[in-house]
Design a protein around this ligand. Structure first.
Ligand code: TEU
Length: 546
């Protein structure tokens, strides 16, 4: 495998609206990010994935872009974006920007023009269809944020297509002019020195609406290969696609270097395990470690020799890792450290979502009015109107609502957790008094310092980056154990995903082995016997002596 810098990189995702508010208007901004670069350098990360900061009406907090060549005033200016790129580079950190080109905002000039008339030059930048004879939408497709995927536009008497909010009209990627405009914009940003792109719902740009195809359409991979050739292909940058529909087979199509498409993709099979077959994320299923282990092993094995995994527990759309996969209560610290070790010792590029490194948790706002996310608010209205009880929907929001990830970053125990001296756009989680960066930096046993150790491990040990993954104890319902091997180097990683003490019998090839304990969340483990007793959420990585 040809080595790439991003194979050993650790990426930190910043949701700028909630990260740090330097001008105290209640909304995070670029100046706030710049002010925290030394903190991020201390953490040891190599790349910042910056969620969108482009000009936007903020219908979907910036995932609805009205100007790809300017910064939203609430976040700052182009000059500050250039300063962020330069200041990050001084610390050896690259900035990866969020490319949102499946759709634009309805305030983008392209759409403002397109809706003026059927023969407007920009009409075919979007997807329009005539109503059915009775005036109803062309078909019954639904949008992710509630309602029909078709919005009627009275000015021209046609419907336009939107897979998200009605203020996020889908671009028509069959139109070569759309492809050229996007490529031109991508090169404009790459020439400004960014380190690559995270590509929002990129599996949707090959859609064939009339055939009811939304994800992974037949034209998707040719479009990505054309994009590769026209923009980032000849630059040493990172590209990661958000592909909710990806399977191990298609992930190899996206990330096999020989195919000249992307570096890697985010797949979500471990996320959707917890979703109800009928009610999706709004009715959380019981956590089943055996299912999770099967999915992780499937992906580690499938991409062992072709392609590359992106590793993550959470992001700005997902519940907090420690709340979903660990214990946000009694064993919050132990379980957060366990989750970090379990993920960061796998093969692939690990992503840390802002606040994950201090064990930030989900939030429970009392009233629906305290929530901000368009998906949550739209689906609350739609589902309760359809008869879902308020309490049931609130439980779904507590478990999987996107605002769980969007409460302000908790910098210290004081007012607004040090995020802003203004009124934050969304409430701060009250537990910031105990859970915050200042306390974590001061505590040598904090989750934060555990992440720093894991990041260092990836830099120091090629086996962590390139070692082959081998599962152990595959049928154990509480323990996720695996090994990484590279030449003579062997690392054993054992994680108790339960809040109980677990006694187990070790597989023969691990018995009576000893070595250097690389990380642990209890006392270091340097020697294995025939049996092993694990404390609640105990986790360690052991480098076996030859
Ligand atoms: O998310 C794609 C997407 O499908 C998610 O919104 C997912 O459906 C939902 O979060 C499940 O809980 C991307 C961005 O990450 C998200 O923030 C945007 O809202 C969305 O695309 C539209 O751009």
């Amino acid at each position: 495998m040809e080595k790439k810098w991003w194979h050993s990189a650790v990426i930190y995702q910043i949701y700028p609206r909630s990260f740090m508010d330097a001008d105290n208007d209640g909304i995070g901004d670029l100046a706030g990010v710049i002010g925290k670069l030394d903190y991020l350098a201390t953490l040891g990360i190599d790349v910042i994935w910056l969620s969108p900061v482009f000009r936007s009406p903020m219908d979907d907090n910036g995932y609805d872009i009205s100007d790809y060549h300017d910064i939203a005033p609430e976040f700052g200016t182009l000059a500050e974006m250039d300063r962020l790129i330069a200041e990050a580079a001084r610390r050896g950190i690259r900035i990866v920007m969020d490319l949102v080109v499946n759709h634009t905002s309805d305030e983008h000039p392209w759409f403002v023009e397109a809706r003026k008339s059927k023969d407007n030059l920009y009409r075919d930048y979007y997807i329009w269809r005539a109503p059915r004879a009775d005036g109803s939408p062309p078909d019954r497709q639904r949008a992710s944020f509630g309602g029909s995927a078709w919005e009627f536009d009275p000015a021209t008497g046609e419907y336009y297509y939107h897979l998200f909010s009605k203020r996020q009209p889908d671009l028509n990627w069959e139109n070569p002019q759309v492809q050229e405009e996007v490529h031109r914009m991508m090169n404009w940003w790459l020439d400004r020195g960014i380190g690559g792109f995270r590509m929002d719902v990129i599996d949707l740009i090959g859609k064939e609406v009339d055939r009811g195809i939304t994800t992974e359409g037949p034209r998707l991979h040719p479009l990505l290969q054309q994009m590769h050739a026209a923009t980032f292909g000849h630059r040493d940058v990172l590209t990661v696609g958000e592909t909710w529909s990806a399977t191990p087979e298609t992930a190899k199509l996206y990330s096999d270097p020989a195919r000249k498409e992307l570096s890697m993709v985010f797949q979500f099979e471990h996320v959707t395990l917890g979703h109800h077959p009928e009610h999706g994320k709004w009715q959380q299923r019981a956590f089943d470690l055996l299912e999770l282990k099967r999915v992780i092993t499937k992906w580690q094995t499938a991409l062992a020799d072709t392609g590359w995994n992106a590793l993550f527990w959470n992001n700005h759309d997902l519940p907090r890792a420690v709340s979903k996969y660990g214990d946000p209560g009694r064993y919050r610290v132990e379980s957060a450290k366990m989750l970090a070790t379990a993920l960061h010792c796998l093969k692939g590029t690990p992503y840390i979502y802002q606040g994950e490194e201090i064990g930030m948790t989900n939030v429970r706002f009392d009233a629906i009015e305290e929530y901000r996310d368009i998906e949550t608010l739209n689906l609350y209205r739609e589902r309760t109107a359809a008869g879902v009880p308020h309490e049931s929907m609130m439980e779904g929001i507590f478990a999987n609502g996107r605002d769980n990830a969007r409460t302000p970053m908790q910098w210290h125990a004081g007012e607004n957790a040090g995020f802003s001296t203004g009124t934050p756009w969304i409430q701060v989680n009250p537990n910031h008094r105990e859970i915050n960066v200042a306390a974590a930096l001061d505590d040598p046993n904090s989750i934060l310092h555990h992440y720093r150790a894991l990041i260092r491990l990836r830099k120091e040990r090629p086996v962590v980056v390139y070692g082959r993954y081998l599962p152990h104890l595959e049928d154990h319902p509480q323990v996720f154990a695996y090994e990484r091997r590279l030449g003579e180097e062997r690392i054993v990683v054992i994680n108790n995903f339960s809040g109980q003490t677990v006694e187990l019998e070790l597989p023969a090839e691990l018995r009576h082995r000893a070595g250097e304990c690389l990380v642990s969340n209890y006392a270091p483990v340097r020697r294995l016997g025939e049996r092993l007793s694990l404390h609640p959420f105990e986790s360690f990585a052991l480098a076996l002596a030859a």
